[in-house]
Design a protein around this ligand. Structure first.
Ligand code: 3PG
Length: 306
């Protein structure tokens, strides 16, 4: 009987776990649940005999793989896989997959929700502004970016985008102006929503030089990764530009400094909340289970990352 470990510091919704268990039962696989585990030691203990692993942002590094000789597949139930050491996985002969798109709508709804919160001065009773007629720049037109664009259009916003990996034709087919040059997009968008992964190329790429291009009353929204921001550059810019606001679903390393210096111009969710909806948990969790079953039963390697 194949053993599938679900190891999540941040648990899935109970409805998602129920559906995942039903699917695993049907396939004749055993589900092992390790939620809110206290430390890496607990994870290492749990992976020892399992054939498959489902995680969220949980860090799966070489040390974990070394302790998991039977582990054939890890599925990151979500999009970003910067938490998984792909090289160590390959060395261990473990296939790594993600479940792209499954939580995209949840993240996109949070983007617009946080934008309304900031546009209304965090509901402090003073007159705010509306989103209608303002321009939002989508930095990377992938699954989340596309959903942000769709919802922003519902607010009657003007939507523009930049993505070096997506052709202008695809972006413009959705009625969105595509900027080939990233700086041009920043120059023309009062709101910029970040949807780039954290890679060696993108880490700290959202920096002072880029952000200073943004027009008056600029708002930067980050539901991607904290690592892509050059925090010192952003702090410097916010000191120079009292009109500049920053909203993030992933608190920066220098959270205290942002909060002390710019309290009314920042908003950070207390915990990463983008993918935290029952629907997203069900979508990503069920997709992860289906991918595992299909991998073992049909050698289906769709969404393989390594
Ligand atoms: C993702 O990469 O899918 C999102 O950042 C969600 O991450 P989470 O599963 O840890 O909430």
């Amino acid at each position: 009987m194949k053993k599938v470990l679900i190891a999540t510091v941040k648990p899935f919704a109970p409805a998602a776990i129920n559906q995942m268990k039903n699917l695993l039962d049907k396939a004749g696989y055993k589900m092992i649940l390790l939620e809110k585990y206290p430390d890496k030691k607990a994870l290492i203990e749990a992976v020892k005999n399992v054939d498959a692993l489902i995680v969220r942002s949980d860090k799966i590094d070489a040390e974990v793989f070394e302790q998991a000789p039977n582990l054939k597949i890890v599925v990151r139930a979500g999009a970003g896989y910067d938490n998984i050491d792909l090289k160590a996985a390959t060395n261990n002969k473990t296939v790594v997959m993600n479940t792209p798109g499954q939580n995209a709508n949840a993240v996109a709804e949070l983007v617009l929700g946080m934008m309304v919160l900031m546009a209304r001065n965090q509901f402090n009773g003073t007159p705010g502004t509306e989103l209608k007629g303002k321009t939002i720049g989508i930095h990377a037109y992938g699954n989340v970016g596309k959903n942000v664009a769709r919802i922003a259009k519902g607010f009657d916003m003007n939507v523009v985008a930049h993505d070096p990996y997506v052709s202008s034709e695809i972006v413009e087919r959705d009625g969105i102006k595509d900027y080939e040059n990233v700086e041009d997009m920043y120059k023309n968008a009062q709101y910029v929503s970040l949807h780039i992964p954290a890679t060696p190329q993108t880490i700290k790429s959202i920096n002072y030089e880029l952000l200073k291009q943004m027009p008056d009353n600029a708002v930067l929204i980050n539901t991607a990764r904290k690592e892509i921001i050059d925090e010192d550059g952003l702090l410097q810019l916010m000191a120079e530009r009292p009109d500049f606001k920053y909203i993030s679903d992933i608190a920066p390393d220098k959270r205290d400094e942002f909060e002390t210096r710019f309290a009314d111009r920042i908003f950070f969710t207390p915990k990463k909340m983008g993918a935290q909806t029952a629907e997203a948990n069900i979508n990503a969790g069920v997709a992860a289970v289906n991918q595992i079953v299909n991998f073992f039963e049909n050698n289906d390697q769709t969404y393989k990352l390594n």
